[in-house]
Design a protein around this ligand. Structure first.
Ligand SMILES: NC(=O)c1ccc[n+]([C@@H]2O[C@H](COP(=O)([O-])OP(=O)(O)OC[C@H]3O[C@@H](n4cnc5c(N)ncnc54)[C@H](OP(=O)(O)O)[C@@H]3O)[C@@H](O)[C@H]2O)c1
Length: 233
């Protein structure tokens, strides 16, 4: 049974990926910031502090050994003009959205190389593809996944390890509910070509395909799953 680790698995997209993969026969290991008592396979860690990455890795390694599939999903959205950005926001968002995942990947990849199998999926955002005014920090933290995915895909290709990014548009999750008030929600729906938010399960189904044997030739790619938002206007 293939072992998959999902960050940000307590809510929204990550929670749905965890449920979908558990129902599809994978052994699912989950992590997120909140504390959840007595849930087997769940590890609480605040990934905005890089020090916690090594602690998390050691806990998972001692309980489960190696993992086969890593889904780098945990993230936080921040809407703010650049001149109002605080130093602690810059560190927190970049640490959580990108650096913690870079470090976590670096720790788990040695076993994948030894096992000659691995699948790494980075959940980016169309804000990293298109840029989003007043979300420069979030956009930058998400576009960092592109260079990372392509470079790592090349580096790991000979080990039967694939590395890909998925860039969702607006998805119906608690993050979106918090980011948009009722009026903004209506305005946003109006500019999305399909006039709807993406459902978390659509991301999960794409993850399921990208980690499957059928998709072993797909590596170093980014797929925009955005209900048409990146097609133009
Ligand atoms: N929703 C969208 O429209 C959308 C669009 C494009 C990309 N994305 C990306 O998709 C990913 C998931 O987003 P979502 O919409 O599912 O958001 P969500 O419902 O708010 O879930 C975010 C997840 O990240 C975890 N997390 C937040 N801060 C953390 C921290 N400091 N340390 C460890 N874990 C932390 C949360 O854990 P706790 O709740 O337990 O703290 C939660 O499990 C994010 O990377 C987001 O940027 C979302």
């Amino acid at each position: 049974m293939k072992k998959v680790l999902i960050t940000g698995a307590s809510s929204g997209i990550g929670k749905n990926i965890a449920e979908t993969l558990a129902n599809s026969g994978f052994q699912v290991i989950k992590t997120a910031r909140r504390k959840i008592n007595n849930q087997s396979g769940y590890f609480s860690a605040d990934l905005s502090d890089i020090e916690n990455v090594k602690i998390l890795y050691n806990s998972i390694k001692s309980s489960y050994g190696s993992i086969d599939i890593l889904i780098n999903n945990a993230g936080e959205y921040l809407y703010s003009p650049i001149d109002l950005m605080k130093e602690e926001d810059i560190k927190r968002i970049f640490n959580l959205n990108f650096l913690s995942h870079y470090y976590l990947t670096s720790l788990f990849v040695s076993d994948m190389k030894k096992n000659k199998f691995g699948r790494i999926i980075n959940i980016s955002s169309i804000s990293g593809v298109l840029g989003e005014a007043n979300a420069s920090l979030y956009s930058a933290s998400k576009s960092a996944f592109y260079g990372f995915s392509k470079a790592l895909a090349l580096e790991l290709a000979q080990y039967n390890i694939t590395v890909n990014s998925i860039s969702p548009g607006w998805v119906d999750t608690p993050l979106t509910q918090e980011a948009l008030n009722k009026e903004e929600k209506e305005e946003t729906l109006d500019i999305i070509p399909q006039k709807r938010f993406v459902e978390p399960v659509e991301i999960s189904n794409l993850v399921k395909y990208l980690i499957s044997d059928e998709a072993k030739g797909i590596t170093g790619q980014n797929i925009n799953l955005c209900a048409g938002l990146t097609c133009g206007c």
